[in-house]
Design a protein around this ligand. Structure first.
Ligand code: SIN
Length: 287
C-alpha cells in the first residue's frame, strides 16, 4: 500500500497531464491512495505512472477502481484464430496495440503509423469513460501518444461560437482499426455510429468540453449536411491547436490513464523496424 504522504504529482505540460511517483500499481490501492489518484485524474486529465511492472490482472484491478473495467473482446485486425493470439490477455478483454506480427499478420490492433485525434468509443452510445495504456516495448523514436485538452478547446471558442454550438449534437462514425477518417465511408449503414452533445458537460467536474474529433466526427444533427460538416471541421481545427496538445514520449514501464470525457488522443508516426507493444484496457461507467 503506498504511503499517501510520499506520493508526488508533477505536471507534465502547461496544458494537461501529470506524472505520479510513489505508487506501485502492482499492489492494490486503499481508499486514501485512490482518492489521491482520482483527484489528480480529474484535475490533470491524463496521468502517467512511470516504472511500473504490471500484469493484465493488475491493469484490470486498477481500471475497476474508476468504474466498470471493460471485458468485451476486441477483435484484432488480423482476425487470427484465438489460439494464435497472445496468451491469456485477449480472454480478459485486453487489447494489444502493437506492430508485432506473427507470420506476417498483426497479433493486436492499430499496428502501424500515425493515428488521427479521437476519443475512445465516441462512435458508441456509451463511450468509454477512460482508457489505460501500459508501455511494454516502446520505440526509441516516434510513436508518441498526443493528448488534446477539450476543456481548453471549449474555453478557446469565441462567445458567439459557444452560444451557437450549445445544445447541438454531433454524428460520430468509426470502423475498428481505422487510423484515418479517409479509410472508411461514414455513409455506409454498416458503420458503427452514435450521436452525442457537441458540448459535453463533464459529470464529475461540471466543466464544458468540446466533444469533437477528426477521426470520427462528421456532421451535425438537424443541420444542413454541408453546413454541419463545415462546422465540425472548424471545431476540429480548434481542438487540435498545438498549444492545447501534449505529446507523451513513451518510456518502457509507463502506465497511462486518460479521461475520454475531456481529452482527445492521437499517435505520431514511428518506424516499422522497432517494436511497439502497449497493453490497452478501457473503463466504462459502472452499470
Ligand atoms: C489508441 O488510440 O488507442 C492508441 C494510441 C497509441 O497507440 O498511442
Amino acid at each position: 500500500m503506498p504511503d499517501v504522504a510520499s506520493v508526488t504529482v508533477t505536471p507534465l505540460s502547461p496544458v494537461l497531464g501529470a506524472r505520479m511517483d510513489g505508487i506501485d500499481l502492482h499492489r492494490p490501492l486503499d481508499e486514501a491512495a485512490f482518492a489521491v489518484v482520482h483527484d489528480a485524474f480529474l484535475r490533470h486529465q491524463v496521468l502517467c505512472f512511470p516504472g511500473q511492472h504490471l500484469s493484465a490482472d493488475d491493469q484490470i484491478r486498477f481500471c475497476g477502481y474508476f468504474g466498470r473495467a471493460d471485458s468485451d473482446y476486441k477483435a484484432p485486425a488480423s482476425q487470427l484464430a484465438p489460439a494464435d493470439r497472445t496468451r491469456a490477455d485477449y480472454r480478459k478483454g485486453v487489447m494489444l496495440v502493437t506492430n508485432v506480427r506473427k507470420d506476417g499478420v498483426p497479433i493486436g490492433n492499430l499496428p502501424d503509423g500515425d493515428m488521427q485525434f479521437h476519443s475512445d468509443g465516441a462512435h458508441r452510445p456509451n463511450p468509454y469513460l477512460a482508457t489505460t495504456l501500459y508501455g511494454i516495448r516502446v520505440p526509441r523514436e516516434g510513436g508518441d501518444t498526443l493528448f488534446a485538452n477539450l476543456y481548453a478547446a471549449h474555453d478557446a471558442l469565441p462567445p458567439s461560437m459557444k452560444e451557437r454550438i450549445e445544445g447541438l449534437r454531433v454524428h460520430n462514425v468509426y470502423l475498428l482499426d481505422a487510423t484515418d477518417a479517409a479509410e472508411f465511408d461514414a455513409d455506409d449503414p454498416r458503420m458503427r455510429h452514435a450521436v452525442h452533445p457537441l458540448v459535453r458537460v463533464h459529470p464529475e467536474t461540471g466543466r464544458r468540453a468540446l466533444y469533437v474529433n477528426r477521426l470520427m466526427s462528421r456532421w451535425i444533427e438537424d443541420m444542413d449536411r454541408a453546413e454541419g460538416e463545415a462546422l465540425v471541421a472548424e471545431l476540429v481545427a480548434v481542438s487540435e491547436r498545438p498549444e492545447l496538445v501534449y505529446a507523451h514520449k513513451w518510456t518502457q514501464g509507463d502506465f497511462l490513464i486518460w479521461d475520454n470525457r475531456c481529452v482527445n488522443h492521437a499517435r505520431s508516426d514511428f518506424t516499422p523496424d522497432e517494436v511497439r507493444l502497449l497493453r490497452r484496457y478501457t473503463i466504462s461507467d459502472a452499470a
